[in-house]
Design a binder for this molecule. Structure first.
Ligand code: GDP
Ligand code: MG
Length: 328
């Protein structure tokens, strides 16, 4: 490990120079939360803060991967007069025995993007079986940002918590629905308005689009009128590319809105604060665990379960034991 750490600055320099092999290596380090990854990030972090982070979330099978694929193609070959953008795709899949195929499927689906040096695709395993971001997703995104990828798509399966997490990581969040899944307004989760910047009805070639759109519009009507950005509704057919150009233009319009309103800087700061707080919590808990006397935690948990201690008392007791340990 020490040997790798020494090479981290050299590798980070290669990442900044556009070396894909170095990038792949550093991504693995960072994804696995290794000391070498931390060392590389220390070199790279000053070069971050330029990319537009676009979260794409929704139920499995709504066509998120297909749509991201199409959007990536659009931004690689934009209309005349616009410069192609470098695109990274981070696909976060739930770690479950059933999802091995999903990652494989994404690889196959994104095959037509492979070979383009302006595109980099990375699949990561999520924390829990229900989805959610992997704990190092934010750091993986920073590596891409530093490496000069201007547009970073983060695809996650929408499962409550994951949607909230993606919205706090991304500048722009797309919530993908598909007809049939969202006909019932109950199926469209409350609170979606707080995270969605763009609402997309993909599979618009399938029956039931009108119902889905009506349900979404009904929800938007509940939004407070003073919302600075009102989420907009888009129809796409990812398999054919229909509606993708319009969606891409809207993604760029949202980025302009964020920048002009000062919201970009505000979200950036919130994002960094969330990351800092999470790291701080994890580090403090890990430090505490290393110092905790053996068997104390299970014992306190037992007393908590027996209602002999309140949760507040339990924490106080655990921390007190650690302090005493410090003095020894
Ligand atoms: N009919 C139709 N099928 C689609 C559309 N978009 C994606 N699909 C198909 O839906 C399935 C799931 O797509 P995928 O992109 O893997 O969805 P994800 O699980 O949300 O990433 C695949 O078989 C796609 O070919 C669409 O707009 N119309
Ligand atoms: Mg997918």
């Amino acid at each position: 490990v020490a040997e790798l750490e020494q090479t981290a600055p050299a590798l980070a320099a290669q990442v900044l120079a556009g070396n894909r092999l170095a990038l792949a290596r550093v991504l693995s380090w960072v994804e696995n939360d290794t000391p070498a990854g931390h060392a590389a990030l220390a070199e790279l972090f000053a070069h971050t803060g330029r990319a537009h982070l676009v979260g794409v979330t929704g139920a499995p099978g709504t066509g998120k991967s297909s749509l991201v694929n199409q959007l990536a193609r659009y931004f690689r070959q934009p209309p005349a007069g616009q410069a192609p953008r470098r695109v990274a795709i981070v696909a976060v899949d739930p770690t479950s025995p059933f999802s091995g195929g999903a990652i494989l499927g994404d690889r196959v689906r994104m095959r037509d993007l492979a070979g383009d040096p302006g595109v980099f695709i990375r699949s990561m395993a999520a924390r829990g079986a229900l989805g959610g971001l992997a704990s190092t997703t934010a750091e993986v995104v920073q590596v891409f940002d530093a490496a000069g990828y201007e547009l970073i798509f983060i695809e996650t399966v929408g499962a409550g918590q994951a949607e909230v997490e993606i919205a706090s990581l991304a500048h722009t969040t797309l919530v993908i629905e598909a007809p049939g899944l969202g006909d019932d307004i109950q199926a469209i989760k409350a609170g979606i308005l707080e995270i969605a910047d763009l609402l997309v009805i993909n599979k618009a070639d399938q029956p039931g689009v009108e119902n889905t759109e009506r349900a979404l519009r009904g929800m938007l009507e509940l939004a407070p009128e003073h919302l600075a950005w009102m989420p907009t509704i888009w129809r796409t057919v990812a398999t054919e590319g229909t509606g993708v150009a319009e969606l891409a233009v809207e993604i760029q319009r949202h980025a302009s809105y964020l920048q002009e309103s000062g919201e970009w800087a505000r979200r950036e700061r919130l994002r960094l604060q969330a990351e800092l707080d999470q790291l701080l919590r994890e580090t403090l808990v890990a430090r505490w665990r290393r110092k905790a006397p053996d068997g104390h935690y299970p014992e306190v948990l037992e007393r908590l379960a027996a209602r002999a201690l309140s949760p507040y008392q339990a924490v106080a007791e655990l921390l007190q034991a650690e302090d005493q340990n410090d003095l020894r």
